[in-house]
Design a protein around this ligand. Structure first.
Ligand code: KG4
Ligand code: ZN
Length: 324
């Protein structure tokens, strides 16, 4: 690592809307936006108070500008713009996936030479393999063509009548099941590229449940989880075979999945490559990972005035990549 490394977290807070979304079985954009508007002010006040930092002493404000749900992103971006205007400070725009990548990067030991790294990012909105050549330098090698891995977990949870968010519930149920009970497809494993697809797998689960009344749900959960993890591991191995990397990174909400963590660890051992996984508490979305990127990007000169920062619902990570 080249010193961009460790940051000190003075305070952090998370306002989860999981309970609210559980009632509707998923995220309803208007509801999410209303909740964001309600909590953002008190949340900022709370972390500032806990950090004991004077607002005037802040150098810059880092904010996730995208990708994501526009109504929710817009609330965060507007809050950052207002603060930046009032304090006369610059804004550092951060791409959501940069945050996930960096949460794994910063768990690497400081003596480790990490780049080039291969990052597998698995969340509710994204499934991506990314080549990371340096801090802030990314190239997407493959991504999902339809559902993200976490989205597949959430949809299968719904089929199994489990509450939202489904990932943790499905993996808990899977612990008691037989992963070989159903031979679900390993999507895209032979597609010849590094893309993923999970919507067909979800349909296979739907048919398995329909055609096997009285089936043991834990067997379905275990077989589904095995299929998702196998296809993630197969594509990661193919990416490793195609190029030379110093390290392997795993992050995003689904990186909390125990089977995936174990299989990635096995793969890294087989391939003789160092693996860094985001700490459990930073796998899911959080502000610390955005602050981490913010600090690194600020040092690299990525600053903007409040007038020039907008939320972008669909923005590729390469738009944030420095050339080199
Ligand atoms: O990164 P994240 O918090 O939000 C997005 O950027 O989407 O990821 C959330 C996703 C959800 O789909 C959730 O079901 C999934 O991560 N997830 C899991 C586990 N924990 C969370 N999926 C599988 N196994 C888990 N243990
Ligand atoms: Zn995320």
């Amino acid at each position: 690592m080249k010193g961009e490394g460790k940051i000190t977290v003075l305070a952090q807070a998370l306002a989860s809307q999981v309970d609210i979304h559980a009632e509707t079985g998923g995220v309803v954009p208007d509801v999410a936006a209303r909740e964001h508007t309600k909590v953002i002010g008190p949340l900022i006040r709370k972390v500032i108070r806990e950090s004991r930092v004077k607002l005037q002493d802040v150098d810059a404000i880092a904010i996730t500008v995208g990708p994501g749900l526009m109504p929710a992103l817009a609330v965060g971006v507007q809050a950052a713009r207002t603060l930046a205007f009032a304090l006369n400070k610059p804004i550092v725009s951060v791409h959501h996936i940069e945050g996930h990548i960096t949460s794994a990067l910063l768990s690497a030991e400081e003596s480790t030479d990490v780049f080039p790294a291969l990052a597998l990012i698995v969340s509710g909105g994204h499934t991506m393999l990314i080549r990371v050549d340096d801090w802030l330098r990314y190239r997407v090698l493959g991504q999902t063509r339809d559902d993200a891995a976490g989205e597949a977990f959430d949809k299968v949870a719904r089929l199994l009548k489990l509450p939202y968010p489904g990932g943790p519930q499905v993996s808990k149920l899977a612990e008691q099941g037989n992963p070989e009970a159903f031979a679900f497809p390993r999507p895209m494993v032979h597609s010849g590229d590094l893309d993923f697809s999970f919507s067909g797998l979800k349909t296979a689960v739907l048919y398995a449940l329909r055609d096997n009344p009285g089936v043991n749900n834990s067997d379905v959960a275990a077989s589904f989880q095995a299929a998702v993890v196998d296809s993630l591991i197969a594509k990661t191995k193919q990416a490793l075979d195609q190029d030379t990397y110093k390290t392997l990174l795993l992050a995003g909400g689904v990186a909390a999945n125990k089977l995936l963590r174990d299989k990635m660890t096995e793969l890294a051992t087989q391939e003789n490559i160092e693996l860094w996984i985001a700490p459990l508490e930073l796998c899911g979305d959080n502000a610390v990972m955005i602050g981490q990127v913010g600090l690194i990007a600020l040092t690299a000169g990525r600053v903007a005035s409040w007038q020039d920062v907008d939320a972008q619902a669909r923005v590729p990570i390469e738009a944030f990549s420095v050339r080199g």
